[in-house]
Design a protein around this ligand. Structure first.
Ligand code: ADP
Length: 301
């Protein structure tokens, strides 16, 4: 097959591994920077050009679209879809997963376990918002944060009030969430491909830290999932319409709860923690599913 990896950086571990795995499976593969693609929008024959060349005869694309380039990146993916090229994750699903509120609303509608969550932009009724989320201890998050930055634990209602007010000053959208204390600073990253969790790791925050992000000094190890955790992860990916997804779960007293569904999950952490060839499994999925025109909007769960 002729495969493109859409990635800004060919030197990233994930990009490299996908290229390596595609070559091992006998495919032709190139890394293309989506921001350098330009396109014609025409109903008869939409095209994509890259550095003066028209991209033709592509069988499948693997989008690795970073959060900061979601808008243009998904437009490029959509253009490939218009050309009938198979995309392992569809543009609609990527956009959907990038919007945290929309994602939580979709998951809630389908009955997926979630931490009790309130959200607001600029309410003056801080105490009411705190009550809605069940009262302290609470986790308060900036909607746009990543790698655990902008995620704060407020142990008392008073602290929660101060944090919400400070965030409000930033004119940011915020989430106020039940603190899952019993998770004990750990979360589960479930790597889903198609209808299966193909690898799972437990990330544990360092001593005294409730955030398990590896960037914040957390450590990872292989996780053994319960059947309920597996099915929650697979359903969450399906509801979002993602064939490849990193589903983050917390182990709560009321069962597994989903924190986030990621459409470009990193390969380095999961491959190293589990010693599995996740990149190879992504390529094998494309070999089975990647037929022209297969791209369609799923996500109806
Ligand atoms: P980011 O997307 O910036 O990584 P997350 O929402 O994933 O932010 O939160 C970072 C970490 O904080 C999570 O990996 C988890 O360990 C912890 N955490 C987040 N929300 C909760 C919660 N409601 N209860 C307990 N721990 C949480």
């Amino acid at each position: 097959m002729n495969i493109l990896v859409l990635s800004r950086d060919p030197h990233l571990y994930s990009t490299n591994r996908l290229v390596e795995a595609a070559e091992e499976h006998g495919h032709t593969v190139r890394v293309i920077d989506p921001l350098r693609c330009y396109m014609t929008i025409a109903s008869q024959r939409p095209t994509i050009h890259y550095k003066g060349e028209e991209l033709k005869d592509i069988d499948a694309i693997i989008p690795r679209i970073g959060a900061s380039i979601t808008f243009y990146g998904t437009a490029v993916v959509r253009q490939f879809e218009m050309m009938g090229v198979y995309s392992i994750n569809e543009s609609v699903a990527i956009s959907r997963s990038r919007d945290k509120l929309r994602s939580l609303q979709l998951l809630a509608r389908k009955g997926i376990g979630l931490p009790v969550t309130g959200f607001a932009h600029s309410t003056q009724y801080t105490n009411d918002l705190i009550d809605l989320a069940g009262g302290a201890p609470l986790v308060i998050k900036l909607l746009e944060g990543t790698q655990g930055i902008g995620v704060v634990l407020a142990e008392t209602n008073k602290a929660a009030e101060s944090v919400i007010e400070a965030f409000r000053g930033l004119k940011e959208n915020i989430l106020v969430q039940e603190f899952i204390k019993e998770a004990e600073g750990a979360d589960l990253r479930c790597f889903v491909i198609g209808e299966k969790v193909v690898a799972a790791m437990k990330r544990q925050g360092k001593e005294g830290e409730f955030r398990s992000n590896l960037h914040r000094g957390g450590s990872s190890s292989v996780a053994r999932l319960t059947p309920e955790e597996r099915s929650t992860a697979v359903r969450a990916a399906r509801i979002m319409g993602l064939n490849v997804a990193g589903v983050d779960l917390l182990r709560s007293n009321h069962g597994p709860v989903v924190m986030e569904v990621n459409s470009s999950p990193g390969l380095e952490g999961i491959e190293k923690a589990t010693d599995k060839d996740v990149a190879g499994m992504i390529i094998e999925f494309i070999e089975k599913q990647g037929k022209p025109g297969r791209t369609q909007t799923r996500g109806r769960g």
